[in-house]
Write a protein of this length. Sequence first.
Length: 136
Amino acid sequence: MLCLLIAAVLGLTGSGGYFSSQKLQAGPHQIELPAISRWAAADSMTMTVNAPAGSTAVLVPAQFGDVFSIESISPQPASVVGTAEGDEFTFDLQPSNGTVTIDFALRATNPAWLRQLGEFRVNGAESGAASVTVLP
């Protein structure tokens, strides 16, 4: 019982804790997304875009859509185009103190063990590969 409590506090059961999220860098931009999530539970992904120049392009890899459904995005994208690589969102952003935050509300659609999500891209800068575990 104590081991389960420690695992939950550390975030190894999803929904908060040190190990439940991961941070990726795509050039000067940061992407924070779940490393461990719970099936059918609400989760989030946050992108911090540095010094956006009007139009900001964000590519969410196709493999991401195999694991998560995007329920809402704030601010709303100006357009979305589906490609073989994934979904490319275009945002018309006004910088505030040099950075803008884009929030994606997510929900895991299936349990998965160390599922590769691919690489994200923000204004042409590519992140490292991400993976996620979705617990039942």
